[in-house]
Write a protein that binds this ligand. Structure first.
Ligand code: 4NP
Length: 151
């Protein structure tokens, strides 16, 4: 199983999603591959936002080695499943990929927990540190379900 986590910047939400799911995969002893990417490319080659790094570290997860990259259409060939953090991220992926957008591979991450509700994971970029903890908990809950539901 190969999974890609996607947000806008690939510095706040999707790096957390990558780190959280990878830790659960490790604990479960599964052979899954996980990566993350962003649609806007503003922070390419940067490490995750320091507040994402900080909340992850407090929860025992090191994401400091991750390097921001942009989502590309070829990701549809490389990954079995692509989870977007929010609806605007899906819109951006459609802009990037045009008629190569593969709807069957894409879902919102929170639909794993709340099927069909199309809930967004809020963008913590403009907000205070507390937003990063809220994001961590939402992603953690979704990944906990994800790891149990995918065969
Ligand atoms: P993320 O947050 O999508 O969770 O990584 C953002 C980070 C940066 C920007 C937007 C969202 N930005 O426009 O620079």
């Amino acid at each position: 199983m190969t999974i890609l986590m996607v947000c806008l910047g690939n510095i706040c939400r999707s790096p957390l999603a990558e780190g959280i799911l990878l830790q659960k995969i490790k604990v479960a002893g599964l052979d899954w591959k996980v990566d993350s990417a962003g649609t806007n490319g503003f922070h390419v080659n940067e490490a995750p936002h320091y507040l994402s790094q900080r909340v992850a570290k407090k929860k025992g997860i090191d994401i400091s080695h991750q390097i921001c990259r942009r989502f590309v259409t070829a990701d549809f060939d490389r990954f079995d499943k692509i989870y977007a953090m929010a609806g605007d991220v899906v819109d951006e992926m459609k802009q990037i990929s045009g008629n190569k957008f593969n709807n069957a591979k894409v879902d919102l991450l929170l639909n794993v927990v709340h099927p069909g509700e199309n809930r967004d994971i809020p963008d913590p970029w403009y907000g205070p540190e507390a937003g990063y903890y809220e994001v961590f908990d939402l992603i953690d809950e979704a990944c906990e379900v994800l790891i149990k539901t995918i065969p």
